[in-house]
Structure formats: C-alpha cells, structure tokens
Design a protein around this ligand. Sequence first.
Ligand code: PEP
Ligand code: MN
Length: 347
Amino acid sequence: MVVVMELNSSDPEICQVKDRLDRLGYSCHIIRGVERVVVAAVGDAQPGELSGLESMPGVKKIVPIMQPFKLASRECQPEDTVVEVAGVTIGGGSIAVMAGPCAVEGREQLLQTARAVKSAGARILRGGAFKPRTSPYSFQGLEEEGLKILAAAREATGLPVVTEVINPEEVVLVSHYADILQIGARNMQNYALLRRVGQARRPVLLKRGPAATIDEWLMAAEYIMAHGNPQVILCERGIRGFDSYTRNTLDLSAVPVVKQLSHLPVVVDPSHGTGKWRLVGPMARAAVAAGCDGLMIEVHHSPAEAWSDGPQSLTPDRFSRLMEELRPLAKAINRKIEGESDGAGGA
Ligand code: PEP
Ligand code: MN
C-alpha cells in the first residue's frame, strides 16, 4: 500500500508514519515526487492493524497497490522515474542513446568506437567485459582488463559506461568501474544477483529475459528496488518467438504496456532484438515512435571481424546515419535526443 501524505506534511509527520509502519513489520520507502510524498509500505497487513493510521497528522489517504509489483508500479509512484548518470538523464522525456561494441576487445577498438558513437550523438558507452555466451567455447570477455579499458574510454570521451555483471560476487568490482550495471537477459531471474545489485549504489539496466512475461520482468525490477536501489532502467531486447528469421521477437508493445504499469524508464535494444544489422534502424525508429526512453545499439568499426555479435552490429557510419533519422522522429512526438537541444543536429 501507499500512504499518501498531505502536500504540506512535515518531515516529522512523515517519519512518524514510517516509524509506525516499521514497527508493524513493513518495509518502507519514502518517495518524494513533485506533486506528493508517499510512504510506500510493503508487507502483509493484519486485520485492524492499520486502524488509526489514516487519522495520523499529515496523512491524506491510504491506497492499496493491486499489482504484484509494488515499488515498481505506477500506482505507487505516478511520476516517471528519471535516472541520472554523470549529467545524462534516462527517462523524463528525452531519448538517451547507449552505443558501443557487444564486447570490449581491446583498448584501440573501444576508444575508436567510443569516439565515433559520441560524435554521432550517443550519450552512454556500452561494452561487455563479462560475456554470458550461449556456448562455453565462445569468447567470454576480457573481464577486469575489459573494465579498465571501459574506464579509460570514459576518461577519454566523458561518456559514462554501462556494462554487464553476471556474478553476485563481482558486483562490487564492476561497480568500481561502471556507471550503470547491466543485468543480462539470461540473468533476469538470478535472484541472488538482483539482490546484490539492489544493494549497489549504481543504476541498474535490467534486460527482459528471453521468455519472461512483463509481470515477471517487473517483479525482477521489484527485487532490485526492494533491496534498496530505486534506480532501475528496463530494457526490452526481444523475446523467444517461433520465427527464426530474426534472432528474437522484439516486443515493442511492451514499451507502452510497461509505461502504463510502471514509472521506470524503458530502453529498447534492437540489436539483440533482431540479430541483423539491416533491421536495427527500422526497429530503433519504431521504438522511438512507441515511446521508449532510450536505445541500446551495438556498433563495431569492422563488424565482419567482431569477436561477438558482428552480424547485428552497425558500422560507425551507419550508426551516425541512424541518429540523423531519429532526430526528426523524436521531434515529431515532442521529444528530443538526450543531450541535444530541440531540433539540434549532431553532438
Ligand atoms: C548484451 O547486451 O551484451 C547482451 C548480452 O544482451 P542480452 O543479455 O540481451 O542477450
Ligand atoms: Mn551482443
């Protein structure tokens, strides 16, 4: 449930409500929106236990949350969550573009790509250092060396970095180098990992599992939030379908559905969603039209030589052309590419 406080309620009044709920065994989160302050309380109410709460000073009303996910629900927080990393905002009206190679392959490769995606208008650099691969014989990533290369690319370009963490024990290590922690599709229901990133002080990009329903995806977000981290970014990256022409079926209808159910920002990854570079542009454009808050796109200077996911990687030139196509599209729906002024072209 959420306890909605009067607009002019004081901090001591809010604390009194929270203390009372804490004593009753609820787990409480104070959410300060622009228009209201609520105390979100997660737990099971015993009959009669809550009587008196509604008449406490500063309390406006008590609203039960009907969805299985609580903190992630729009019922709990009507305003959009806006995640901010190093001056880049995700959510709240602009479209944040994250781009870079599937995997960090080396210093030169990453730097070259980072500079190219930055000048085309990307605001966040992606790159995997820990690669969860379908085959144990495929390249598994440069691991800590890859994280150091990512940090060096951030230093050189000023772009914050998003990278995957696959192991609960490595959350501290990855947090040391990364600005955003990525939970890969295969790990969406790795609850030990979700708990650990819930304790981290970094935003988390949570990819939708290949066979996860929207409810399961939002419940995974709830895990992270329930463990103390409200900065969750959802990422639709395609779900398992029956047609092998595309690698996955990019579920763009998930974007408006999730935006209705949740206040969390939603990013779309058309690279893993399609598996084919020729389909990345059309689906990126469609994702913007569907109302996404950002895109995650794989870019490689030489896709034919990429160590992973070359067939779905754009060259820097193709990525730059795509960015040019996205600008007027964003403008047509009253939005803009994050970091650019309205109607701007280029970085
Ligand atoms: C990735 O973005 O590097 C990745 C492995 O994607 P996914 O988890 O969506 O397969
Ligand atoms: Mn990839």
